[in-house]
Design a protein around this ligand. Structure first.
Ligand code: C5P
Length: 313
């Protein structure tokens, strides 16, 4: 049985609108998700035992059952017990490049890589939509991470429609390494403060329908990068920025530079600037470093890409 190596890209949110409460306790969302070339590498190797073990080159990443990559393997072992019995357990080695608590789906994309890898390693022959259904049980972003690219995401974030790719644009990411934000906290706080603005449950279907004809979707279809930059939006900024003044300052400073637009990704704490060339990205990165010379501030130049999980060997 073969070992597999997979590339697991991060995502940014070009648009995140919280529409209302769902009967399952989650929020109904309207999002535009975009893969970027900042990626982890996930290696899967059969170990000849029944154990599932996670290793990571970043000691901050939990190498235990709380790791979503472990949970992905455990889910597959439970669902496909015959294959698990026949092929046994595995070593999952993660080379971590995507920062944690960043709003970049770092944990979700590692889990997506494990699903894609085990499908091959155990010769299960699952389709992409079957893998996405399994992914949705692990986390709302996992189905997108499997397919990647540029997509509208509704429901909890798991109902996807792919859009024309934006792979000619770049994003400069900025994140304080010592400042993670909890997604659970961000949504809970949003609910406490803004529940009175939520659309009633019986109007959700109608609202969801209209997401597909929204201004941002049109701007992406037309590849209008200026307009995409103007339309960047994230409702979670309303709770994360007041609670984390350093993130607010970072967004403010990035907003002073010449870019297409600036926004926080997911529940933060990453803030990104959209730019139209690698040259501009490097310039923005340098200028931000001069404005905020804090060694704790991590900066990345990334390209928007049209791919999800990739098998490299
Ligand atoms: O799905 P996932 O486990 O990644 O979500 C993390 C948390 O974010 C959930 O436990 C929930 O508190 C919040 N969330 C939400 N509505 C969504 C997605 C996530 O309230 N659509």
């Amino acid at each position: 049985m073969n070992s597999y190596s997979l590339i697991a890209p991060a995502k940014i949110n070009l648009y995140l609108e919280i529409i209302g409460d769902r009967p399952d306790g989650y929020h109904e969302l309207a999002m535009l998700l975009q893969s970027i070339d900042l990626a982890d590498r996930v290696d899967l190797r059969p170990n000849g035992t029944q154990a599932i073990r996670v290793h990571c080159d970043d000691p901050q990443v939990p190498a235990n059952e709380s790791n979503l990559a472990y949970q992905a393997a455990a889910l597959m072992a439970g669902e496909f017990s015959e294959a698990y019995g026949r092929y046994g357990g595995m070593e999952i080695s993660i080379q971590k490049r995507i920062p944690m608590g960043a709003g970049l789906a770092g944990g979700s994309t590692d889990a997506a890589a494990v699903l894609v890898g085990l499908n091959l390693m155990w010769s299960l022959g699952l389709t992409q939509s079957e893998l996405q259904e399994l992914g949705g049980r692990l986390g709302s972003d996992v189905p997108f991470c499997i397919v990647g690219g540029t997509a509208i995401a509704t429901g909890r974030g798991e109902q996807l429609s792919s859009l024309r790719s934006l792979d000619n644009l770049y994003a400069v990411l900025a994140k304080y390494q010592d400042l993670p934000v909890s997604t659970v906290w961000a949504y809970k706080t949003y609910r406490q403060q803004f529940q009175n603005t939520y659309i009633p449950l019986d109007n959700l279907a109608d609202r969801k329908q209209r997401v597909h004809s929204g201004a941002m979707v049109a701007a992406i279809a037309q590849q209008d990068s200026q307009r995409i930059g103007e339309l960047l939006h994230n409702d979670l900024e309303k709770v994360v920025l007041p609670a984390h003044p350093r993130v607010a300052e970072l967004r403010d400073k990035l907003g002073q530079l010449e870019t297409l637009g600036v926004m926080m990704s997911g529940s933060g704490s990453t803030v990104f600037a959209l730019v139209s060339s690698q040259f501009q990205a490097e310039r923005v990165r340098q200028e931000l470093r001069e404005l905020l010379p804090d060694p704790n501030l991590g900066l990345w130049t990334t390209r928007l890409i049209n791919m999800g999980i990739q098998v490299v060997s």
